[in-house]
Design a protein around this ligand. Sequence first.
Ligand SMILES: [Zn+2]
Length: 115
Amino acid sequence: METDVARERLEQLLADVDRSIATLEAESGRPSSSLRPDVETADPGTALSDADREAAAIEALTLQRKHLIDALARVEAGSYGKCVECGTALPDERLEARPEAARCVNCQARAENGR
Ligand SMILES: [Zn+2]
């Protein structure tokens, strides 16, 4: 993949993720009492899982944001598209599906299993 194309895609994705995080944070920061006056006393389970879902979504987006920034740093460093573990060139299909991918499928599987 051309690095110019990669940089453009990564910056686009980063902007999308930033927007999603901002939206979620605005929603979770909204005082729930004005919308759902009785929710905390009436059904704490539901209120909790809503907050949990938002927190989990923000966490996942924040992680993806980090991966995108790392990938952009690799574009600048000229190492984009190579596995950070073994240096193998990542196939275009993988970069199409996950432009922020840092590892080849083998190293990714090993990294996830070792966790
Ligand atoms: Zn690898």
